[in-house]
Design a protein around this ligand. Structure first.
Ligand SMILES: [Zn+2]
Length: 235
């Protein structure tokens, strides 16, 4: 019966390899990488969009602020020339006010052109990211098709193994199966090992003592002293 459990173990090992192969495949790794890049780009793009919107909002308020300053400047100028200024002190005060307002206006103008430049730069960067995203999206889709194809093929192989396992399990007594289930996570998923004619353990590839080989071939329950696997002799 150990021979059948050993065959079951072989199929389970193959199953594990099949699943690992999928995870380790280049296409799968690349797919994950492209997906991660895409997510990262999307975040950067959204961040830029937010910054552009904030600049838009600030720039939108500039014309009104400038108009207000210009209006104040003209009012001061008008006061100087309409004869309402009565002395030199008031004239100086009004001129100082005009100078301060004009400076403020210039500050606002240079800030405006700074913001406009910044917005253009951000729009350019966002455009580049969008192009890259479109490219990555295409790559993602073509990789996805390849991975899906691989998964479909693997699924077929796994289903076939599942069928083989069912057939084997049906032929193994319940208590033996229960024992196997209870130990199958030991020894890296391979708790049963076969001894060949040269007395070599299939689990750890060492030679067992002659007494172990003899007892095993007589049908006694034995384990490999080196790796701890339960042994049977190849027929
Ligand atoms: Zn061994």
């Amino acid at each position: 019966m150990l021979k059948q459990l050993y065959q079951l173990q072989l199929i389970e090992t193959k199953e594990r390899h099949e699943l690992e192969k999928q995870q380790k495949s280049n296409e799968f790794q690349q797919l994950r990488k492209v997906k991660a890049d895409f997510t990262h780009q999307k975040d950067s793009y959204l961040q830029l969009e937010q910054e552009i919107a904030a600049l838009d909002e600030q720039l939108a308020s500039f014309p009104a602020q400038m108009a207000e300053l210009e209006e104040k400047i003209s009012a001061e100028n008008a006061a100087i020339y309409d004869g309402s200024v009565v002395n030199a002190k008031e004239l100086a005060a009004r001129e100082a006010q005009i100078a301060a307002l004009t400076e403020k206006l210039h500050e606002l103008q240079s800030l405006e052109s700074l913001y406009v430049g910044e917005r253009e730069q951000k729009k350019g960067a966002a455009g580049e990211i969008k192009k890259q995203m479109a490219h990555d999206y295409q790559e993602f889709n073509s990789l996805k098709v390849q991975v899906q194809q691989m998964q479909a093929e693997a699924k077929e192989r796994l289903e076939e193994m599942e069928q083989q396992k069912k057939e084997l399990e049906a032929a193994i007594p319940a208590d033996e199966l229960a024992w196997y289930e209870s130990v199958k996570n030991k020894c890296g998923g391979t708790p049963v090992a076969m001894l060949n004619a040269d007395h070599v353990c299939s689990g750890c590839h060492t030679i067992v003592p002659p007494i172990t080989f003899k007892r095993t071939s007589m049908g006694q329950q034995t384990i490999c002293e080196n790796c701890g696997r339960t042994l049977f002799v190849e027929e």
